[in-house]
Ligand binder design. Sequence first.
Ligand code: SF4
Ligand code: SF4
Length: 172
Amino acid sequence: MVDSESLWRGWAQESIDILKGYQREGRVGFIGLSNHYPDIARQAVATVVPGPRNAGELNQALDYVQAGEDDKSYDPLDAELATRLHGQCVLCKHCLPCPREIPIPEVISCLDYVVNYGHGPRHDSTSRQRYASMQVKASDCSECGECMERCPFKVDIIGKMKRAEEVFEEGA
Ligand code: SF4
Ligand code: SF4
């Protein structure tokens, strides 16, 4: 089970602190946050809505209603997101299906908890249990590369499968 409170104390809280700094500097009026509680760790997108500081800014935002298709396009945002998240797994699952039926996002999630997030022994043990319960393991990877062709964030999935094998199966 995901410990959402600890997660918020980690990366999400850090983001909120940054946004609160913007608010203090007067760069945004209010901040609306959606954490998709209680399963934030599995969401590819968390929503942050910086609000207007005055009626003028609100009217400016409402110009969206009259905007043309080009101005409404999310393509520049998609491109920026892909750049910022390059190499990081966001659990979007676009890499699936794996011909060997490896649950790739779950394997990477377990690996991140143990190797990257540093949430302590409880997360470490939960992730090891989650990994142990998987029917198909990272060591089943044939290195076919199909998943990497599909991953929008260019995650080194084969490298992560090898690392997961070391961490969870060889105890490295
Ligand atoms: S490895 Fe890539 S495609 Fe697969 S879940 Fe992670 S980010 Fe998405
Ligand atoms: S490279 Fe490995 S994890 Fe990726 S699709 Fe092929 S077998 Fe599955």
